[in-house]
Ligand binder design. Structure first.
Ligand code: ASP
Length: 779
């Protein structure tokens, strides 16, 4: 390996006359070359003068060195133009080769145990900071990676021309952010204690050698908190500690989940990405082939393969699986995403839920053991416990709630994740993925309200009227309820159109104010106010002593305080369907806005719950393709989900929209972390649901023949689940956006702005794949 000091000499020389002449005619080049000055040394006057052309002056110190090496031939005779071109090529070739080998060859980095005071060590990293304390003393920081120690390099010199002086100049000449290899003697070490034992957290080394491993261009400006465009995602990852830390935590979360499933006897099996189009439920991406008329489809999930695996005798399957869905992209959705997908044979839904609780609990335990919370510029994110403190980051202890799940295998019953039915969450929270931190619950109050009020808020005959009471925190000012009233006013004026223009009637918000007639609730009339108060008192009487009003939200009506807001919303009197009611959406939005405006305190808890017993089918809508059957409804989860009880099997034939399924979702803080179900494992039943209930066409059913065949071959009962891995990582690393845990996320338009995909199809590709654009309609 070439030693850096051997090659260093070659670019220290006196600039020739031609150089000054040519620079005089090119101000631009002169500016570029000014950065070379520190490396010019008097010690090499006897080196032959190079001949430099303008084009050759474009680069760095290296280019000068290379040009110099090849200068003799130029001086001997004036070459012809053809030779000149040839020479130029040769020079550039040599220049590249030398630069390459200078950047390419570097010593190995020292191991953790080599870091001892007095020892010589080598570290690699980015030159992240330089402090020139005096002409004779420079400190520099080397960023060695997340969780690694902070490396401080000290470079000091006494006498002009000494090796230390030269090193000092070399360090100064390297631009910030360049990757470097540094060798030095360890001067001091600060250690911090972690579960790995004492590890160095801050190391100071005296510089013995420094080698740039590439250059960092001047046109990239790095400032504090800089936001790079998506095309420079590599820079965003490099310079955003929260983003980089989350990506590293994502990897750890994945490996912990794998480890616990391995421990439970599961096997990871990869399933194909080139699948085929089937009416499973979501819109798919097609992959055309060179065989005319044939296309693959990317899997919306490995659902069908994992069920076939159950018939293959695999007892427990899992996979960190990439899934693809061509859906409308909402803020937290990506067209391609990752699931921790699993399936168990000879198992019921309850077994699967218990397993999921176990792996989630193990994961949270591991996070508690390994991670703590960092706060940088107000952003919270987890970092490994051995991360050393730094100037601009504060570190805190944090606890992920690992005592909620329970372990069915060890018999150790901790606290079970609470289970709510779909009916219950829809009526109490108005959404099938409730955020249990929201302090106000929905009540059905139509029987308490005067007709006049009900007909004022809705045109529906005999509607259900949902209501809740929101108690905003009041800032400690003498303005009383005014700030909260202004907040509510603004909130109501900015409601999303779907809520403000709801055909069932707009939401109505009334603020309790003891200074006003009927305490501000006059639209309810005396009767309405009386009825609500009476219901409140009755509820209060029924509360066990010491229980909070949250146990029975009606009790709040007997305890209204100034500034409390009563919100009413009418809806059709029919069974719940879909993911939320209008008041459910309103309530979640109000909570989020109230927290960000300081009218409710932020609650850092993680509140997990299971939502179970979903309706087996959901009426068709315009956005989800469903199974394409003629029944007017589609499977809520997917068409392979089993009915919950015998009574639900009966309902399939008589009133399918009332049938419930053995389908369960895991939810935390309003985020659906994943979902699963017990499957129909008997081929005849599966075919009956597809053909007779969903009324799929013969062709549609035939698309599932592989699955029906697998079920027919004595497939055991089975059930499974898929954990949305991106969402899980986002929640656990304390961000609202899955983009913060994906290295290369897609934009809201489904584009990868880093590599600029999707790309335009060329006419050659159209031909290769036997595709054509539909001809434009003539007007
Ligand atoms: N395949 C389902 C999904 O992607 C999950 C499951 O039922 O296991 O939602």
């Amino acid at each position: 390996m070439k030693h850096w000091n051997d090659s260093r000499i070659s670019y220290r020389f006196v600039l020739p006359f031609e150089f000054y002449f040519q620079m005089a005619i090119s101000r631009v080049s002169l500016r570029r070359l000014s950065c070379l000055r520190p490396s010019i040394s008097r010690s090499c006057r006897n080196i032959n003068t190079p001949r430099i052309t303008q084009t050759q002056c474009l680069s760095s110190q290296t280019s000068l060195r290379l040009i110099h090496n090849s200068s003799r031939a130029h001086q001997a005779s004036k070459p012809k133009p053809a030779d000149q071109a040839q020479n130029k090529k040769a020079i550039i070739g040599q220049q590249l080769r030398e630069e390459w080998s200078r950047y390419n060859e570097f010593p190995q980095a020292s191991k953790l145990h080599d870091f001892q005071v007095g020892r010589r060590v080598t570290v690699h990293g980015f030159l992240s900071r330089k402090r020139v304390t005096s002409s004779k003393l420079v400190f520099a920081d080397i960023q060695v990676g997340n969780g690694g120690p902070t490396i401080q390099v000290v470079s000091q010199w006494e006498s002009e021309g000494s090796p230390e002086h030269i090193l000092n100049q070399e360090l100064r000449a390297i631009s910030l952010h360049s990757p470097v290899s540094v060798e030095g003697n360890v001067e001091s070490i600060e250690a911090s204690t972690s579960q790995l034992g004492d590890v160095p957290s801050h190391v100071s080394i005296q510089l013995n050698r420094i080698q740039p491993l590439n250059a960092f261009p001047k046109d990239i400006i790095v400032s504090k908190g800089v936001q790079f465009p998506p095309s420079a995602r590599h820079l965003q990852i490099r310079y955003s500690d929260p983003l980089r830390s989350r990506l590293l935590a994502r990897h750890k979360i994945g490996s912990h989940l794998r480890k616990s499933l391995d421990g439970l006897g599961f096997t990871e099996v990869e399933t194909p990405i080139l699948f085929k189009s089937t009416p499973e439920g979501a819109r798919e991406f097609l992959v055309p082939t060179r065989r005319s008329g044939l296309a693959y489809a990317l899997p919306q999930s490995p659902q069908q393969y994992k069920q076939i695996l159950m018939s293959s005798g695999i007892r427990g399957y899992y996979q960190l699986a990439r899934c693809f869905r061509d859906e409308d992209l909402r803020a937290d959705r990506q067209p391609e995403f990752t699931q921790l997908d699993l399936e168990m044979s000879f198992a019921t839904g309850k077994d699967v839920m218990a397993t999921v609780e176990t792996i989630v609990r193990d994961l949270l335990k591991a996070l508690n053991a390994e991670y703590r919370l960092a706060v940088k510029d107000g952003e919270l994110y987890p970092v490994p416990k051995n991360t050393p403190p730094s100037r601009d980051t504060e570190l805190y202890d944090m606890r992920w709630p690992d005592d909620q799940p329970y372990s069915p295998w060890s018999g150790e019953l901790l606290k079970e994740i609470p289970r709510y039915t779909y009916e219950e969450v829809m009526s109490r929270y108005g959404v099938d993925k409730p955020d249990l931190r929201i302090p106000f619950e929905i009540m059905q109050v139509q029987s308490l309200l005067p007709r006049s009020f009900v007909s004022m808020i809705s045109d529906i005959k005999d509607p259900i009227v949902d209501a809740f009471v929101f108690s905003p925190n009041h800032p400690d000012t003498d303005q009383g309820v005014k700030p909260a009233a202004e907040f509510m006013d603004k909130f109501m004026r900015n409601l999303p159109i779907a809520l403000a223009k709801n055909p069932d009637g707009a939401p109505v918000a009334l603020m309790f104010d003891s200074k006003k007639p009927l305490s501000g609730l006059s639209p309810l009339g005396f009767d309405g106010v009386d009825a609500l108060m009476a219901a409140g008192e009755a509820a209060e009487k029924n509360l066990v002593e010491g229980e909070s009003v949250e146990k029975n939200p009606f009790a709040k009506f007997a305890n209204l305080e100034d500034g409390d807001v009563l919100v009413f919303q009418a809806r059709q009197n029919k069974p719940f369907e879909g993911g939320s009611t209008a008041l459910g959406t309103f309530r979640t939005l109000l909570y989020q806005e109230a927290v960000s405006a300081g009218f409710l305190s932020d609650n850092p808890e993680f509140r997990f719950l299971w939502v179970v017993d979903f309706p087996m089918f959901t009426p068709d809508n315009e956005t989800d393709p469903g199974q394409g059957g003629q029944a007017g409804f589609s499977a809520t989860h997917h068409p392979f989900t089993a009915p919950l009880t015998d009574a639900d099997v009966e309902l399939l034939a008589t009133d399918p929209l009332k049938a419930r399924a053995d389908h369960y979702d895991l939810v935390v803080n309003g985020v659906e972390l994943g979902g699963g179900s017990r499957r129909i494992h008997v081929a005849k039943m599966q075919e009956y649901v597809m053909r007779e209930i969903l009324k799929m066409t013969d062709k549609g059913v035939a698309e599932f023949s592989h699955l029906l065949e697998a079920l027919r071959a004595g497939c055991p009962p089975h059930a499974g689940f898929a954990l949305g891995f991106d969402r899980l990582c986002a929640v656990l690393t304390l961000t609202n956006s899955v983009r913060d845990v994906i290295a290369f996320p897609k934009s809201m338009k489904g584009e990868d702005l880093t590599v600029k995909s999707p790309g335009k199809i060329t006419s050659e590709q159209l031909e290769t794949y036997h595709l054509a654009f539909p001809s434009k309609k003539k007007n």
